[in-house]
Design a protein. Structure first.
Length: 185
């Protein structure tokens, strides 16, 4: 598991409860869950995942308690349209939960800072927005080692060790591989 993914998994832990009704967007590789989930993806790769687009959700107003996006929003061309759709399908007390990359070597349309995500989500109509760095400096180094193709046993071990140690450190000056985002509709 990559250091970025390990940090993401730590962030997701305990944020979704068994009584939640979740729309998982971009769910081709989403996790199993004890609660009720509807999974959509623009290109579904596994059974049980419906074809869908976050910019035009085919669901009634106010049905979901959580919309979950893992590495999705930074790919969306019309992010403002997508976020308004998310608000539409969320219950009045519903939450958007998202993990989005920042210093992560993958393609995408945007990389937003903490302030950038807060501004974008508030402009779309979310009331409360919290953006947490997923990790800190050690995990950044670990991700760089991982991405550079250092896959020998010793190099993988070093990347894993740095990643495990990093969960105790804090991001400084926005240095993080990604953001954990929680926003109230």
């Amino acid at each position: 598991m990559s250091p970025y993914r390990r940090a993401s998994e730590r962030w997701w832990k305990d944020r979704i409860r068994p009584d939640d009704f979740v729309l998982d967007v971009g769910s081709s590789h989403g996790p199993e869950s004890p609660c009720d989930w509807v999974r959509i993806d623009t290109n579904p790769l596994r059974p049980g995942v419906l074809r869908g687009d976050i910019r035009s959700l085919d669901f009634p107003h106010g049905i979901f308690s959580i919309v979950r996006c893992s590495n999705v929003l930074y790919h969306v061309a019309e992010l403002d349209v997508a976020l308004k759709e998310v608000i539409r399908v969320l219950k009045p007390t519903g939450r958007l939960l998202a993990v989005e990359p920042f210093l992560y070597p993958e393609s995408g349309l945007r990389r937003l800072t903490e302030a950038g995500w807060v501004t974008t989500l508030r402009s779309a109509g979310f009331r409360e927005v919290r953006v947490d760095p997923l990790d800190g400096p050690l995990n950044i180094v670990a991700q760089m080692l991982w991405t550079a193709g250092y896959r020998s046993r010793a190099q993988r071990g070093l990347a894993t060790l740095l990643s495990l140690l990093d969960h105790r450190s804090r991001a400084r000056d926005g240095l993080t591989t990604g953001w954990g985002i929680e926003a109230m509709a």
